[in-house]
Design a protein around this ligand. Structure first.
Ligand code: URA
Length: 212
């Protein structure tokens, strides 16, 4: 598994305002969107392309275009929705599928409570978006779900990650042979006893959409 921690002053600048508890929801949503566009640039470094012949006003030339099938962007509900717009801005021709996953805290089994994805993902490059890679449990379940349906290249894009969560994802998915990549805006210090990322930014869903 490849882990890429974005190291760019603009990303760290925007993350600082996201982390600040004084930042209100509208500003938080706008910053999250901007941040994702920057992260998406890194996350799509290996997006599949094919040659494409064109003519400029001066001469014929060969460029590239995105290959078919087009990449699939998969926001994990609900907080992943806050990253969708920024991702789609960079990949406007991508398709979007939705995955709502929740963990039963007693059995630790993942419950998929919403699923709008093609059944057959054979040959698909998938971009899973979820702001916080904390324990990694949801991400493991989501990646396995996509891989079981044939996705053959999966990149997770997160705003923040905790080292414990990244380690868990790596260990839990060690049997998968497809390329798995994590692109994150920052690797924070640790998880606290409640599973929150420290220093983190709090509950991403609540900060995006309010407490429900
Ligand atoms: N989910 C969040 O929204 N925040 C955390 O810190 C951890 C998980």
């Amino acid at each position: 598994m490849r882990v890429h921690v974005a190291d760019h002053p603009l990303i760290t600048h925007k993350l600082t305002y996201l982390r600040d508890k004084r930042t209100d929801s509208p500003t938080f949503r706008r910053l999250a969107e901007e941040l994702v566009t920057l992260l998406a640039y890194e996350a799509t470094r290996d997006v599949r392309v094919e040659p494409f012949d064109i003519e400029t006003p001066v001469a014929p030339t060969t460029g590239i275009k995105l290959s078919n099938p087009k990449p699939l962007i998969v926001p994990i509900l609900r907080a992943g929705l806050g990253m969708l717009e920024g991702m789609v801005r960079l990949l406007p021709s991508a398709e979007v599928g939705f995955l709502g996953m929740q963990r039963n805290e007693e059995t630790l089994e993942a419950i998929t409570y919403a699923n709008r994805l093609p059944d057959d993902l054979k040959g698909r490059q998938c971009y899973v978006i979820d702001p916080m890679l904390a324990t990694g449990g949801t991400l493991v379940d989501a990646i396995r779900y996509l891989a079981d349906r044939g996705a053959d290249d999966i990149t997770a894009v997160t705003l923040l990650a905790a080292p414990e969560g990244v380690k868990h994802v790596e260990e839990a998915l060690a049997d998968l042979t497809i390329p798995i990549t994590i692109v994150t805006g920052a690797m924070d210090e640790r998880l606290n006893e409640k599973g929150y990322i420290v220093p983190g930014l709090g509950d991403a869903g609540d900060r995006l959409y309010g407490v429900v």
